[in-house]
Design a binder for this molecule. Structure first.
Ligand code: UFG
Length: 325
């Protein structure tokens, strides 16, 4: 049985990945500070260690003692707007604290390191779909902090032989039967659309309808968290280190998401058009051929309706989220 450390396993994507591994008989240790994570999002089958990656000695000691086969690193801040106001918070946590985890991986002789990277490392893409070789020029400290850590991993791989996979998610979405999206404040499109559908919000804002897209609203590539979990598990046994873009390859506009949500929920979603949100690229779509070919990855939930339906079921079961704050 393989033993995996899931750093950030109380967060949105980390909790789904921990559950996915446990369902497949992995042994999982969740390490989380609970600064943004939720106790109720920790799978009860996992062992939980509460801690902050900033505490270098603790994480190094844990990895030395436990002899993990792999580390999955989800423990990061991820709000683009906040990173523009407080870059220090992002570089300290997403880079400096992550280096402690990479050092712990080396000290503990951990076989594989799977890192949650992001499409935000590409900045304003010159073309879509975006492939792994395209230019990475982040336009905010969040994306830059993730790109810096990708580079740390590249050097640790060369110098210490650490095997890693940097998985660049496009727009993570959806829920499992047990775990879903609960951020405070919530800024992500799908949970906001669904909160509007069930009347928790009177109306929502569509940020910009003057983009060079078919209906003028921004286009994104929404990828279900269970498909992200599948990629993480496959990356644990990849023979070589590598970078992989993860999306379905289908671009959906903000307005298309609203229409799909109205169909799934059977309820209207009221919105106003607001000015563009600073830092939003018009279109982000992944080319994920490399992950499909090299990891054998195959997304299973490619339609907007299927993704939204899973998030809708979770919201109906958890109308106020995890309720632990
Ligand atoms: N949007 C609205 N109204 C809202 C919320 C969002 O119109 O109330 C729009 C945004 O302007 C954007 C799209 O919906 O065009 C998606 O926005 P999200 O906030 O859901 O997601 P982002 O594309 O901004 O960001 C997500 C992750 C980041 C990651 C990025 C990479 O949150 O961490 O994808 O693609 F960097």
């Amino acid at each position: 049985m393989k033993k995996i450390l899931v750093a950030g396993g109380a967060g949105y994507i980390g909790s789904a990945c921990a559950e996915y591994l446990l369902d497949r008989d992995y042994e999982v240790v969740v390490f989380d500070s609970l600064v943004t994570g939720h106790v109720k999002a920790i799978d009860p089958r996992a062992r939980f260690v509460q801690g902050d990656l900033a505490d270098r000695e603790t994480i190094i000691e844990l990895c030395r003692k436990e002899k993990f086969d792999g580390i999955m690193h989800f423990a990061a801040f991820s709000l683009v707007g906040e990173s523009m106001k407080n870059p220090s918070k992002y570089f300290r946590n997403n880079l400096a604290s992550a280096i402690n985890l990479a050092d712990a991986a080396v000290e503990g002789e951990v076989g594989h390191f799977v890192f949650s990277s992001t499409a935000a490392t590409f900045g304003q893409p010159e073309r879509v779909p975006i492939s792994e070789e395209d230019k990475q020029e982040p336009i905010n400290p969040y994306g830059e902090s993730k790109l810096c850590f990708e580079k740390v991993l590249k050097w640790y791989s060369r110098i210490y032989g650490l095997k890693y996979a940097a998985l660049r998610y496009f727009n993570a979405a959806g829920a499992t039967g047990n775990y879903g999206e609960d951020h405070s404040p919530e800024t992500h499109l799908i949970p906001i659309v669904l909160q509007t559908a069930r009347g928790k919000r009177e109306k929502m804002m569509v940020f910009g309808e003057d983009y060079p897209t078919a209906d003028g609203s921004c286009v994104r590539d929404y990828i279900h968290i269970l498909d992200l979990a599948q990629a993480h598990m496959l990356a644990l046994s990849a023979p070589e280190s590598g970078h992989y873009n993860l999306g379905t390859g289908n671009g959906l506009s903000v307005k298309e998401i609203i229409t799909a949500a109205e169909k799934v929920t059977g309820k209207p979603v009221a919105y106003d058009v607001a000015p563009r949100r600073p830092g939003d690229p018009a279109k982000l779509i992944a080319c994920s051929d490399r992950a499909r070919k090299m990891l054998g990855w195959k997304p299973t939930m490619e339609s907007a309706e299927a993704i939204i339906e899973s998030a809708w079921k979770w919201q109906l079961k958890h109308p106020d989220g995890y309720c632990d704050r």
